[in-house]
Write a new protein. Structure first.
Lengths: 292, 258
């Protein structure tokens, strides 16, 4: 399925969308940019930390609420669109449900296990408790209420057409996000035959029964890194941080990299992809699933 | 740069590295703490291990430059690549000996604010948020923060406690509120090191970095800072500490810019 079709069919206005669930790597930027092009509105974005992607969607006016532990630009610092939305309601007012990394994971596990909440000792003594109706302290524990995304979007190294996704490297909260969500969109570097994915079923990220779309989108995580495929494009993050300091600068950035770019292939033609491609490969040893 | 001179950041990294004991499991974080971990691991703490909330455990720090903890060189050669909740599980069990947390603002009781300057409903500055900071502050056995020493950062009382230190400073505040870990051990700044009494409470000036004075520190601190009777000069970085720092930050990205 094309990215445009996947977003049009499965991410309507008002959706609760989990993205950036593996923290700094594998961020589905291409999917986020397509949401901006399709002028999605009133989204609730869910994630642990967001390295620039949430900031971009907030600046484009797509977002009503953020439920996350951290929104900014990891190597550069503050998220300027996030600041403008919270401080000046520009381009619109934004509701923030603060979490920590641990508590957003628990909120997703609660939804994954279909319980109203899960108890934890984290966040005791933090004012985050007073700034999120989904966190309730009682009897020496914090109850973290379930957060159930309508859709989780994950970028992975490879997947087959049935939605069996292989991701490797640190996984952040990808698994609980996929289990918690009503549906999952998989975007991938390589679209592979089922015999590849099924040769290593331990590596399959989420149940294929949840996956509603598989989008073959090489480079779909740029500028975030993809283990074995792409390095992180630090300069791209720096340029975004610089340009998004002002509304005008952000709009210029948005036009150049999102609005006037019809698809990911065109986007990639504007950057020096080869300088980011990983060339020193480190293959794991195969495992033996022998059965008789 | 000659080895007998060093930047404030290099001194901070060396001081932070001395907080890591051999055998510690350290919740590392990014920027200066990752260098502190590298210095300790290649010096006095050769069996320390580092945890990263993205879902990684390492022994040796990555040799290549890292913009984030999730960069491919930090994954290659890892001892464990996993989901975040598994890493948090170790911290929830009290098995993380030391954590590092970045902060925009800290107060006299070691509480950190990385969320809101001004009222949350209409903030003057919206900061990025907790990330894993609150989790580290509450669950790790002890933690350290590093920051630039400015009056606007070291404040009497933070307007929002993202990551709790010793709360309102009353005795046993952490215990009474159910916080698992022991709280902040040190605030390492560009001018000095602040520490806390054994049982928590209010920060005091423990050592002043070479070239700076108590008066300067107090002038740049937003409350009436107590000074220990056993005040020392902060020991400058040793040659081996400096060479480790420069090996892991060869361009000075983290330690030689403002």
């Amino acid at each position: 399925m094309s990215m445009a079709d996947a977003i049009a069919r499965f991410v309507p206005d008002g959706s609760t969308v989990a993205m950036g669930t593996s923290l700094e790597p594998l961020i589905p930027f291409a999917a986020g940019h397509e949401m901006i092009r399709q002028e999605r509105r009133d989204l609730e974005l869910v994630g642990p930390i967001s390295d620039a992607l949430f900031d971009q969607l907030i600046g484009a006016g797509c977002v009503r609420r953020v439920t996350a532990a951290w929104v900014g630009n990891v190597s550069e610092g503050l998220g300027h669109c996030y600041r403008r939305a919270c401080e000046e309601k520009v381009p619109r007012a934004l509701e923030v449900h603060d979490h920590s990394n641990f508590s957003i994971s628990l909120a997703l596990w609660a939804a994954a296990w279909n319980v109203p909440s899960l108890p934890t000792r984290t966040l005791l003594g933090s004012d985050i408790l007073h700034n999120n109706p989904g966190l309730v302290a009682a009897e020496g524990l914090v109850q973290v209420k379930a957060v159930r995304p309508d859709v989780a979007i994950v970028h992975v190294q490879r997947a087959d057409e049935m939605g069996r996704a292989h991701a490797w490297g640190p996984l952040g909260v990808m698994e609980e996000a996929g289990l918690a969500a009503d549906r999952v969109i998989v975007t991938c570097e390589e679209l592979v035959d089922a015999k590849v994915t099924l040769s290593d079923p331990n590596r399959i990220l989420v149940p294929e029964t949840k996956v509603v779309a598989v989008v073959h989108e090489p480079g779909g995580a740029h500028p975030s890194p993809v283990q074995g495929f792409f390095k992180r494009d630090h300069e791209f993050y720096r340029d975004y941080a610089e340009q998004s300091r002002s509304v005008d600068g952000y709009q210029t950035w948005l036009k150049r990299w999102v609005l006037e770019v019809p698809d990911r292939a065109t986007y990639l033609s504007l950057i020096d992809v080869d300088s980011l491609r990983i060339s020193r490969h480190r293959l794991s040893e195969p495992v033996d699933y022998g059965d008789e | 740069m000659a080895t007998n001179s060093y930047t404030p950041q290099e001194l901070m990294v060396a001081v932070a590295s001395r907080e890591i004991k051999d055998g510690d499991l350290v919740f590392v974080g990014m920027r200066l703490p990752i260098l502190a971990y590298a210095v300790a691991r290649n010096g006095h703490a050769p069996t320390a291990r580092g945890l990263f909330e993205v879902g990684l455990m390492r022994d040796q720090p990555a040799e290549a430059f890292l913009g984030t903890m999730g960069d491919p060189p930090n994954v290659a050669g890892a001892l464990w690549a996993t989901r975040m909740s598994n890493v948090m599980a170790l911290m929830a069990q009290g098995r993380v000996d030391l954590g590092f947390i970045g902060g925009a603002e800290v107060d006299r009781f070691g509480n950190l604010n990385t969320s809101y300057v001004g009222p949350p409903e209409r903030p003057k500055v919206k900061l990025p948020g907790s990330g894993g900071g609150a989790d580290i502050a509450i669950l790790s056995r002890r933690w350290v923060t590093l920051m630039s020493h400015e009056r606007r950062r070291l404040v009497e009382k933070v307007s929002f406690i993202t990551s709790p230190g010793y709360g309102d400073g009353t005795p046993s505040w952490r215990k009474r509120n159910g916080l698992l870990g022991g709280g902040p051990a040190a605030i390492i700044t560009t001018l000095c090191v602040l520490r806390f009494p054994e049982d928590g409470g209010e920060a005091y000036l423990s050592s002043v970095h070479p070239g700076h004075t108590v008066e300067e520190v107090r002038a740049e601190t937003g409350w009436d800072l107590k000074v220990t009777a056993r005040l020392q000069d902060t020991a400058p970085p040793t040659e081996s500490e400096l060479s480790a720092i420069r090996r892991f930050d060869p361009e000075g990205f983290w330690t030689r810019s403002a």
